[in-house]
Design a protein around this ligand. Structure first.
Ligand SMILES: [Zn+2]
Length: 250
């Protein structure tokens, strides 16, 4: 990775408007996130339910990389996997991370019927048919969930909050560059009851947890630098072009 490409972020001088300078693909046709209009989605009865099998022992570390809070998993074999749904094979869980805003009225990357949510959780998987994650960034499958401080989806965050606080003090990864061991964590506890989904052909929303307040208490600075809170680490919606959003439900 070049020094330049390490500098992408969410500020006015290195934010989403600038990513294409380091990653030309960021101007491609199939970019994520998008705005979803629930009246325009196409119900497809043939879309299978999806299935996950996550091994809690496969959780490895929790990292503050200066852009998000990320939990990394062991993906050296088919240990924690996602399959079925719209997928052609078995996908391995690589990491999960969050996007959030500076207040509860925004922070999600996808927008549904004009509604922005307080945050969005992404679980990143890669197609195990390929040899590793790094070579095949185009073969990723992202599961995304909205985090809304005022709905039952909030239980998602409180569950994670409990899981994380039991294991590690948040101060361990408060600052950029900090990471801490993280184990015995099954991310499927974060999933809502309904596994209905929308799916479309998109991209990673970044170039290749806890209450919202806790997330906002993370810093994008290293512990030796002036304090800057980590907030608004979301990419705005990208053009949908002619892509269809398919639904597994009516
Ligand atoms: Zn993401």
């Amino acid at each position: 990775m070049t020094q330049q490409s390490c500098q992408w972020g969410y500020d006015s001088d290195n934010g989403p408007e600038h990513w294409h300078k380091y990653y030309p693909i960021a101007k491609g046709d199939n970019q994520s996130p998008i705005e979803i209009n629930s009246k325009e989605v196409h119900y497809e009865p043939s879309l299978l339910p999806w299935f996950v099998g996550y091994d809690p022992v496969g959780a490895r570390t929790i990292v503050n990389n200066g852009r998000t809070c990320k939990v990394v998993f062991d993906d050296t074999f088919n240990r924690s996997v996602l399959r079925n749904g719209p997928l052609p094979g078995i996908y391995r869980l690589r990491q999960l991370h969050f996007h959030w805003g500076s207040s509860n009225d925004h922070g999600s990357e996808h927008i549904v019927d004009g509604m922005k949510y307080a945050g969005e959780l992404h679980l990143v998987h890669w197609y195990s048919k390929y040899s590793n994650y790094a070579d095949k960034v185009n073969r990723l499958h992202d599961i995304g969930y909205f985090i809304n401080s005022s709905t039952k989806l909030n239980s998602l965050l409180s569950k994670l909050s409990v899981s994380i606080s039991v294991i590690k003090d948040i101060s361990v990864y408060l600052f950029k560059g900090k990471e801490a061991p993280f184990s015995n964590f099954d991310p499927s506890i974060l999933f809502p009851k309904s596994w209905d989904y929308w799916t479309y052909h998109g991209s990673f929303t970044e170039p290749p947890v806890m209450s919202m307040a806790k997330l906002r208490s993370l810093s994008i600075n290293a512990d030796t630098e002036p304090a800057r809170p980590m907030v608004d680490n979301w990419r705005p919606p990208q053009p949908r072009h002619f892509r269809m959003v398919r639904a597994s439900f009516q």
